[in-house]
Design a protein around this ligand. Sequence first.
Ligand code: GDP
Length: 228
Amino acid sequence: MAEDAHPPAIPETAVPTPEAIEFARVLFARPSSFVMGAAEFEQLPDTDLPEVAFAGRSNVGKSSLINGLVGRKDLARASNEPGRTREVNLFDIDGRLRLADLPGYGWAKAAKTTTRKFQNLGRAYLRGRPNLMRAYLLIDSRHGLKPPDIEAMDALDQAAVSYQIVLTKADKLKAGELERVLRRTSDAISKRPAAHPEVLATSSAKGAGMPELRAGVAAVCGLIPGQA
Ligand code: GDP
């Protein structure tokens, strides 16, 4: 395929409407709270609210992204405290949905450094929550997809969990570099059955991509009025 025939990095159809952006802005500005850190699958709360999950290698910017979504500096801090990093941490948004901060990639493949229990929790969460609407796989835009990320995508494809790639720290790249990593990542996921085709570039530091991510979360949770 000729270079200029390549599809745009962000397909037009994926762009949320201004109404959806505004609805999601208001939703995520409503009260949010840390619900719990679950160390065991059985401790997870009822599946009465839609959930979306966030996963990624440590230092990818997961806490910053969750804080950025709700416009607070402190919501996801709990998940970085010692002992909490191996739990599924849940955050409530206005009693309408929950964000689940998943432990590192122990669930992707039997890593020697992680305990069996830890691996099982992440896997159990991804396979066992009927209210999980989408997992967001966070990738540092400076690094692109690395082997642990590929293993995570394999696990998500096998579990048939719908997931979307979110590039973090986009402010650290020049526009041309970001465009290249977006295309490379889009190409890499194009044949993956459970991957959403749109790769979202975000910066928690600058706010880029956050309105679109909020709108995407609200949409997959079925909360946007007039949208199924
Ligand atoms: P976590 O381990 O995945 O929860 O990562 P953190 O949210 O704690 O972020 C790891 C580091 O990356 C911290 O030093 C953050 O300040 C930095 N960081 C996170 N998001 C961004 C971003 O959007 N832009 C920049 N420049 N730095 C970021």
